[in-house]
Design a protein around this ligand. Structure first.
Ligand SMILES: Cc1cc2nc3c(=O)[nH]c(=O)nc-3n(C[C@H](O)[C@H](O)[C@H](O)COP(=O)(O)OP(=O)(O)OC[C@H]3O[C@@H](n4cnc5c(N)ncnc54)[C@H](O)[C@@H]3O)c2cc1C
Length: 489
């Protein structure tokens, strides 16, 4: 990958680091102390006491009627005021993308293909990718994909993208045996007609490389955009009080509480309403490394299994074989709970009490014993463990639209939940938003109503496994009533 990232202690203030390979990459310190907005040539932050123009580039910013007073151009709608931009669009509009998961990254890449510049903001301390996450523990190293495990591909547009990733050596087919494992150790292989894909060195490294060769995209991370404000026909994005740029349009490429908070006072009631309709599951992840291979029964030499009938477990996957880690190193497994278990054991994910972490670890390891048909204590003690709660793991419902766009507020949403719950649905949503807004820009922002999408749709239930959907794969969600599950607590 052509991007090197260095994290500095919080006490060190950091200016944007020029990267010889990626001149357009900017890193923010954990406090996001970069000294100027990411949008080169951007003007000063909106100052409520000031009515002066916010742009220095007359070429890029045509003045419109959206002047110093926001009140003059907003009208009441629902409980929030709707912001309505009346300025003409810039000649060279820039999009602010809040979220560097696969949807935000594919959105940025597609915008570039359409000749539109963008900046991606992401909270990731270790890298981009969001729920395409890989954790590397040094010095061994131990490597775990700790959310998305693999993905499938049914859509031609996504396949084209995946083919490019294959050519660049970022992904490869995962041919390891996977199947369904019933409590007690009954394993049934899933025979796939379609390929399964994994990031060559883990999902995060795929995400980190997606924008490697981009010329029109800025990346700012780690950065937690905490405020979006409309002013003078532009969106101003900031983290705490630190301004991070001004944008002609923005897209929220994440979900959950954080997105609700960001939207709640933004002047985008229609986006807020759709985001609030979204329901999310919670899933516990247990990363565990073992000195010896797990004692799988004969003919059960699987690399991944959807677990059926055990409440504390819905998936177990062997990263060491999947990622072809060096032999002789510890065996790194990722275990996921069911969403029922996640709900029953939900705590604040950023502040997991030790007692909960210990309980969940024990119960998930017991779940693995049950699933594999081992006697109590039959599973070796792991040499390394870590539990993590994905508090906003997967969408439980979807409006089934490729993206959402409010043309009056020049803001939208992309993400997996708009189409389903998979890497494929997230990528397709990012692509769709980019094409939609590029069309809107090409149209000069006129006939805004023609570009409204996804603002009214009602939601349906998402069907799939507890860890998401795998379009095209011959497998059913473990169809077990909660009352039939073996509980480990
Ligand atoms: C446990 C688990 C297992 C899964 N397994 C699979 C699988 O095997 N196969 C599969 O296809 N799918 C799987 N999925 C689903 C898949 O990971 C997601 O559908 C997909 O990665 C979602 O991408 P996204 O871009 O929509 O959102 P995300 O990946 O969630 O990206 C959103 C990004 O926005 C960032 N962000 C949030 N708020 C802000 C802010 N205010 N400022 C800046 N950045 C912000 C977040 O940090 C994050 O990086 C799994 C998910 C989970 C949780």
């Amino acid at each position: 990958m052509g991007v090197t990232t260095t994290l500095l202690p919080r006490s060190i203030s950091l200016l944007p680091i020029p990267n010889p390979q990626r001149p357009n990459l900017r890193l923010a310190s954990p406090l996001c102390s970069s000294s100027k907005p990411s949008n080169n040539g951007a003007s000063p932050p909106p100052n409520k006491n000031s009515t002066r123009s916010t742009s220095t580039s007359t070429k890029r910013r045509r003045r419109g009627s959206y002047g110093g007073s926001r009140r003059s151009v907003i009208k009441k709608s629902f409980t929030q005021e709707q912001v309505t931009f009346t300025t003409s669009l810039s000649d060279d509009p820039v999009v602010g993308i809040i979220g560097g998961g696969v949807s935000g990254l594919v959105c940025a890449a597609t915008l570039e293909e359409r000749g539109v510049r963008s900046t991606v903001f992401d909270t990731g301390m270790h890298g981009l990718g969001g729920r395409m996450a890989t954790r590397v523990i040094h010095p061994q190293p131990l490597v775990f994909d700790h959310a998305a495990q693999f993905f499938t591909c049914t859509d031609k547009r996504f396949q084209k993208l995946v083919d490019r990733w294959l050519e660049k050596g970022l992904v490869r087919e995962w041919k390891g045996k996977i199947g369904q494992l019933e409590a007690g150790g009954k394993f049934t292989p899933i025979l796939d007609p379609e390929p399964r894909y994994v990031g060559v060195n883990g999902m995060r490294f795929l995400a980190d490389s997606i924008l490697d060769q981009s010329k029109m995209i800025d990346i700012v991370r780690p950065c937690w955009i905490s405020k979006i404000e409309p002013f003078n026909g532009m969106w101003y994005l900031s983290e705490k009080e630190q301004l991070h740029g001004q944008f002609d349009a923005i897209v929220i490429a994440h979900n959950g509480k954080c997105a609700n908070r960001l939207l709640s006072s933004s002047g985008l009631p229609l986006l807020t309403r759709q985001m609030k309709r979204l329901e999310l599951s919670a899933i516990w992840a247990l990363l565990a490394a073992f000195n010896d291979p797990l004692p799988l029964q004969r003919n059960m030499d699987f690399e991944g299994a959807f677990v059926k009938g055990v409440e504390s477990l819905s998936w177990m996957g062997n990263n060491s074989s999947k990622l072809q880690l060096k032999s002789g190193t510890p065996h790194c497994w990722t275990f996921f709970s069911t969403s029922a278990y996640g709900k029953r054991n939900k705590v604040p994910q950023e502040n997991i009490p030790n007692v909960t972490a210990e309980k969940v670890k024990e119960e998930m390891l017991q779940g693995a014993e049950l699933a594999l048909g081992l006697p109590k204590g039959g599973l070796q003690q792991p040499l390394y463990t870590r539990v993590q709660l994905w508090g906003a793991a997967l969408p439980k419902n979807t409006p089934s639209v490729p993206c959402i766009f409010d043309p009056l507020g020049r803001a939208g949403i992309c993400g997996d939940w708009l189409l389903g719950s998979s890497v494929e649905s997230a990528a397709l949503s990012g692509m769709a938003f980019a094409n939609h807004i590029a069309d809107y820009f090409e149209n000069g922002g006129s006939n805004p109503n023609q570009f409204a999408i996804g603002l009214e749709e009602t939601f349906q239930e998402v069907h799939g496994h507890d860890i998401g959907q795998f379009p095209g794969m011959n497998s059913q969600k473990a169809d077990v009533d909660e009352s039939q599950m073996v509980l480990t607590s």
